[in-house]
Design a protein around this ligand. Sequence first.
Ligand code: GLU
Length: 422
Amino acid sequence: MSNPAAPARLNPAAMARQQVALASQHLDIDPGVMQKITATKRELTVHFPVRMDDGSLRMFTGYRVQHNDTRGPFKGGIRYHPDTEIDEVRALAMWMTWKAAVVNIPFGGAKGGVQCNPKEMSPRELERLTRRFTWELLPVLGPERDIPAPDVYTNPQVMAWIMDTYSIMHGHTVPGVVTGKPLELGGSLGRFEATGRGVFITACEAAKVLGMNIEGARVAVQGSGNVGGVAARFFARAGAKVVAISDSHGGVFNAKGLDVERVLSCKNQYQCFISDRLEASDITNGELLELDCDILVPAALECVITGANAGKVRARIIVEGANGPTTPEADEVLHDNRVFMVPDILANAGGVTVSYFEWVQNLQNLLWNEEEIDRRLSEIMRKAFNEVLAISQQKNLPMRIAALMLGIERVAKAQELRGVYP
Ligand code: GLU
């Protein structure tokens, strides 16, 4: 039964539509074209059985939403989470379309999810779930069609199972069907770190705009996974003071700065933070967002900065490692309070950018070295940041609206050039 005292869960699909409506006020795009590029092209919902370790059969529900492929094949991660549902996946798919366009890589947008709790499943159960879900998606996947990647609670091992299942069904190895693979199977150097690195690069650009020094800057990071954990490492290495890190249960705080390596290895070893051992105090995820800090990196789930807490955010810069962490209502408050926002479709685009490098390498049987990857990633992230900044400054609009305008305009242009069949 739902709890009547609990606040209504914000609907990410409604949020994504609202963002588009705000951005489109400043764009001169044919209404028909606008309708075409905001509509979801294809949605697949599958219910499928998985044999559990105790011998029982359990049904799971999974989704793949293909939002738009005007600029290239559908691209986007697959998440495993108990709360994932179709509207969330719809929003995430649309954000992927704008994200790929903002960094100007030739992909469209898609997203997938399976409603499950991977923390309560064994590796063998996760493997069976992944293989069966891949089989259900076979008609819509492919290196020229739709290329999944990791997202919340999925990882290179899950990508390896997707690649293997798809390859077996096609009778030959197809590395380019998925990105974020292990290096041994055609994964790209630098892909694992890419989203966190991109968050760090755009944070440095934002700091430059405000005349802030990264060295000594106080950074609070919500999340400690592939995005938050990696970003925290980059900040610490650059001499920033990472004052807080969290996971889904809560986090640790030290005003003088945490030892990020120790915090992450504690999490890795014990699956939790032990504040006594880390010279830190416990902190809730809500408190973390309101900390006195210079840079706030929400790098977990969507809708965490809302109308209810946005006024209490004290950071001068927010860099959205997560997709959709800030609601439109919160955006207004943050803008009024002159918080510099690096929006998700720009800040976390490092992941899909190196996914693009991985896919290009796979299609051409090439192998780039890490310097090459890092150089190309920095170049793309900085260019996108400065393009968005220029729109924001010229039109005196928030960075999110500027990023959406850049992304939407590129997709609209591609749509106009392609025209409509027949
Ligand atoms: N899941 C990541 C994102 O939300 C990466 C997607 C990809 O590499 O395709 O951007």
